[in-house]
Design a protein around this ligand. Sequence first.
Ligand SMILES: *[C@@H]1O[C@H](CO)[C@@H](O)[C@H](O)[C@H]1NC(C)=O
Ligand SMILES: *[C@@H]1O[C@H](CO)[C@@H](O)[C@H](O)[C@H]1NC(C)=O
Ligand SMILES: *[C@@H]1O[C@H](CO)[C@@H](O)[C@H](O)[C@H]1NC(C)=O
Ligand SMILES: *[C@@H]1O[C@H](CO)[C@@H](O)[C@H](O)[C@H]1NC(C)=O
Ligand SMILES: *[C@@H]1O[C@H](CO)[C@@H](O)[C@H](O)[C@H]1NC(C)=O
Ligand SMILES: *[C@@H]1O[C@H](CO)[C@@H](O)[C@H](O)[C@H]1NC(C)=O
Ligand SMILES: *[C@@H]1O[C@H](CO)[C@@H](O)[C@H](O)[C@H]1NC(C)=O
Length: 441
Amino acid sequence: MSRTRKAYLVFVFILVLSLRDECTGARDFKKKSLILLSSSDDTASSDGDSKVVDVTTYGAKGDGVTDDTEAFQAAWTSACEQNSSTLLIPADYNFLVGPLTFSGPCNSNVLFKVDGNVIAPVNPRSWTSKPLNWINFSKLNGVTINGNGSFDGQGAAWWKISQLEDTDSSENGSKLPSMRPTALRFYGSFDVSVQGITIQNSPQFHLKFDGCTFVTVVNVTISSPENSPNTDGIHVQNSEEIEIYHSSIACGDDCVSIQTGSSAIRVHDINCGPGHGISIGGLGKGGTKACVSNVSVYDSNIHDTLNGLRIKTWQGGIGQVKSVSFSNIQVSNVRLPIDIDQFYCDKTVCSNQSSGVYISDVTYQKITGTYVKTPVYLACSDDVPCTDLKFQKIELQPVATQEKSPFCWNSYGDQQSDVECLQPGRPPHDPAQTLSPEDRC
Ligand SMILES: *[C@@H]1O[C@H](CO)[C@@H](O)[C@H](O)[C@H]1NC(C)=O
Ligand SMILES: *[C@@H]1O[C@H](CO)[C@@H](O)[C@H](O)[C@H]1NC(C)=O
Ligand SMILES: *[C@@H]1O[C@H](CO)[C@@H](O)[C@H](O)[C@H]1NC(C)=O
Ligand SMILES: *[C@@H]1O[C@H](CO)[C@@H](O)[C@H](O)[C@H]1NC(C)=O
Ligand SMILES: *[C@@H]1O[C@H](CO)[C@@H](O)[C@H](O)[C@H]1NC(C)=O
Ligand SMILES: *[C@@H]1O[C@H](CO)[C@@H](O)[C@H](O)[C@H]1NC(C)=O
Ligand SMILES: *[C@@H]1O[C@H](CO)[C@@H](O)[C@H](O)[C@H]1NC(C)=O
């Protein structure tokens, strides 16, 4: 690398450092860090200035039997100290690792090149601590995972004991962990990209983002059995500017789950199924405030799932879900393709409350294909009706011969579609007028 080139890089890097503390400069930072990323990529290929930290040189065996946790942790410490580094998990190995934390801040962006397989311990009892996550990425600024390798959570034994987690009971003397871990979780991170890898058989969620900004997930495969409990594919909460695309997700719960505190979320070119579809919520549990806005889901295929496009909230919550659009979605063999459930309940009966999360400005456009039970089921709160809903070109045929009617309760908006069940105009007690400022987002 030439001196001028190096000087330029250092200049950009200093620019990045000077911007990273200003929250308001987040967008600028993104732009600058992209410059840095592409520059360091260049130099990595031209003169190998980016240091490659191979886990096998830190003692990882990759024989599927030896515990490689410490080797991974040592490799991380070294990678994080470099000015530019690639942490390599090479192909043709199976690295057995227990709970791991890759925590920042680091000296620069780190690339995880995952070509081999990373596997979790098969027996839940060998997890001596009770980690909420198998692999915990925390407080990183600019991190990329790519490769064609995989993370396998080996969740089968966890799924069998899942009933015990609620009671935290013990069996055969030794106590079982009270919580099943999420496979890969990013916390409090900025500028994250996950590309190409496979994540499978997680004990619980597969990939979770919490408190992250600027996240891209592309070309990822997520896979666990249809009957594995709570194995959400991608779970997003308190995160903004997230793009999830060109990925295939098959699991035992929501393919993509969008939780409170999330906005500017784009989900597209997804192949989802089996599973529970693409979901916003459950929101407002235990009277909490939930805010979700600016979500678009488009150009995707949902097949063999319980739900297709769902928004679910608990009675008694407050807050808002607004500016959501679902467009160009092909469904096939989906039990309930279009669903709003504001009476979400995990018991047989949950009592109705006078408050509810206000759902407005939700568009369903070009939703076509086949359903198993009901094409459209919108159950909006009695006290806080849904408003500004739009149906455009919804064409859903039953899988069986018998057609079922759509159901809409307290749901107001416009319909230009074969499916007609929205009430036109606005409700008598319009939440847009009546909601107090504290109940809004
Ligand atoms: C990182 O870059 C700085 C400034 O060029 C240099 O002083 C330092 O030695 C480098 N650190 C490593 C680990 O390469
Ligand atoms: C993840 O790592 C961070 C940083 O070390 C730590 O504070 C946090 O407790 C970890 N979280 C979990 C759930 O493992
Ligand atoms: C996965 O990536 C590695 C390294 O980039 C490459 O050698 C290998 O051929 C790839 N395997 C497949 C199946 O694409
Ligand atoms: C507990 O012990 C019983 C009887 O020995 C055995 O069948 C069962 O598999 C054990 N359960 C676990 C989770 O190890
Ligand atoms: C995703 O995969 C496609 C091929 O299916 C490839 O053309 C594209 O470059 C990949 N994108 C990324 C960011 O890896
Ligand atoms: C919605 O999110 C997109 C990115 O997904 C962003 O470009 C746009 O500015 C956001 N719109 C609003 C009104 O926040
Ligand atoms: C809650 O309200 C809905 C809609 O009015 C009604 O169908 C349901 O029976 C009520 N549930 C309870 C537990 O009262």
